[in-house]
Design a protein around this ligand. Structure first.
Ligand SMILES: Nc1nc2c(ncn2[C@@H]2O[C@H](COP(=O)(O)OP(=O)(O)OP(=O)(O)O)[C@@H](O)[C@H]2O)c(=O)[nH]1
Ligand SMILES: [Mg+2]
Length: 419
């Protein structure tokens, strides 16, 4: 099918051009707003494009299709039906304009399959092909509508900010948070300023870092040890993080430390910490029941820090969660670090936090920063849970691959994915 495109600075201009060229037999196939010129579309000029053909062309094409059995031209982007979505822009003025113009030109299809009046009667195979084409059009139109609904919070955003908003959502930042961030940019800058990426970048870093709470370490005490428990789902890095904390000089390395493990489910678990205890020359004891805890805490009351490792388990494991609760009651720790891997799906992370939330003195210790591409979910998790972050880990090496959580560093990591 011969399809022509008409571009103008307004939808009216594009339609005028089309009418002049194709006359009253014009059939609109689609219309959209496009950006022209400007570096990476920054400052790009907004233009309007109408794709159209003539009724004659459709008939010729249809006859050819019915004869050869080959599919009709697939250039059709969005079908213009009486009720169908034709405009990518959600602005009413454009859809109104299109509707006015549709009164003058004939629609390609009325929106009910096979009843398009641009198509004459045809053979069965022709009808199937037409149906196929219409389904394809419908799919594309639904896709566009879904895209519009997805970003409907931002209907009137300038393209440059809409683009940044989409990127923020794509790095798994929650839509609401992405929206709040863009509103801050809009509130702070004029149009000429927010078109400068470095200005927006700086603003986003500031705003994101403000959303991330970090926990101050509990001060060491003179006469009794700090008691610190690490909990969380299996395999997130609890034991490795505990080993890092026990030996890294920036944290408890060099202090008088004892390690307890309540992970008696797996023989390998006690062996893992036992081996480390021998290498690092730090005492390690096994907790078999919550009752053991009181006894062991007493035994190590001369220490400055007691680090307690726990068995990892699914957030759906009621038995394990019950035991953890009993253990925490008996230990009455100064800090409980819920250890989560940042490569977990945001929804799972949120659910895990809900299940492992133990009330007092909670922190989030986030691991495996070296194993993920995007960091947006961290902002959502930190902001929504309202639990402060404690440490981040970014590798398997003990003791070096750990550091205290820093809001600006995290914000930079997040924003690096966008710029
Ligand atoms: N890449 C990477 N691997 C890590 C990190 N932290 C821990 N690991 C690895 O993750 C694996 C599991 O670590 P563990 O410390 O045994 O995890 P856990 O939470 O104690 O596991 P369970 O006791 O079985 O629940 C090991 O291979 C660690 O070396 C990290 O920051 N980055
Ligand atoms: Mg472990």
């Amino acid at each position: 099918m011969k399809v022509k495109k008409y571009v103008g600075p307004s939808m009216r201009d594009a339609l005028e051009k089309m009418k002049k060229d194709l006359g009253t037999g014009a059939v609109i196939l689609g219309s959209r707003k496009i950006s022209r010129g400007g570096f990476l579309d920054f400052l790009g000029k907004e233009m309007f494009e109408v794709t159209a053909t003539t009724e004659e062309n459709i008939l010729v094409d249809h006859k050819r299709t019915a004869k050869t059995g080959s599919p009709a031209d697939s250039h059709i982007s969005v079908t213009v039906g009486d009720n169908g979505p034709v405009v990518q822009s959600s602005r009413a003025e454009f859809s109104g304009l299109i509707k006015d113009t549709l009164a003058e030109v004939k629609p390609l299809s009325t929106g009910s399959f096979g009843s398009g009046r641009a198509y004459p009667n045809s053979s069965e195979s022709g009808r199937v092909l037409l149906l196929h084409d219409e389904l394809k059009d419908l799919k594309s139109a639904v896709g566009e509508m879904a895209e519009q609904i997805k970003y409907q919070r931002m209907p009137s955003l300038p393209p440059v900010l809409k683009d940044i908003y989409k990127k923020l959502v794509n790095i798994e930042l929650e839509e609401k948070i992405a929206g709040d961030l863009i509103q801050s940019v809009l509130a702070r800058f004029s149009e000429s300023e927010y078109s400068q990426p470095e200005k927006v970048e700086k603003c986003l870093i500031e705003e994101i870092s403000r959303m991330i709470n970090v926990a101050k370490p509990t001060p060491m005490r003179e006469n009794s040890p700090l008691v610190i428990v690490l909990t969380g789902p299996s395999g997130t890095g609890k034991t490795t993080s505990l080993a890092k904390l026990a030996t890294n000089k920036k944290f408890y390395g060099g202090k008088k430390v004892a390690m307890l493990t309540a992970d008696t489910y797996r023989v390998a678990a006690t062996q893992q910490l036992g081996t480390f205890s021998e290498i690092a020359d730090i005492p390690m004891e096994i907790v078999h029941s919550p009752r053991d805890i009181t006894k062991l805490l007493k035994r190590h009351r001369d220490k400055e820090v007691i680090l307690i490792d726990t068995a990892g388990g699914s957030q759906f494991n009621e038995k394990m969660l019950g035991e953890l609760k009993n253990l925490l009651q008996a230990a009455d720790p100064d800090e409980v670090h819920l250890v989560l891997s940042v490569n977990t799906k945001p929804k799972d992370m949120a659910h895990t936090i809900k299940r492992f939330r133990t009330g007092k003195n909670m922190r989030l210790l986030l691991t495996k920063f070296d194993e993920t591409l995007t960091f947006g979910s961290i902002v959502s998790v930190a902001r929504n849970s309202e639990i402060p972050l404690s440490f981040l880990t970014f590798g398997q090496e003990v003791p070096e691959d750990i550091e205290a959580a820093d809001p600006v560093k995290i914000a930079k990591l997040v924003v690096n994915n966008v710029f």
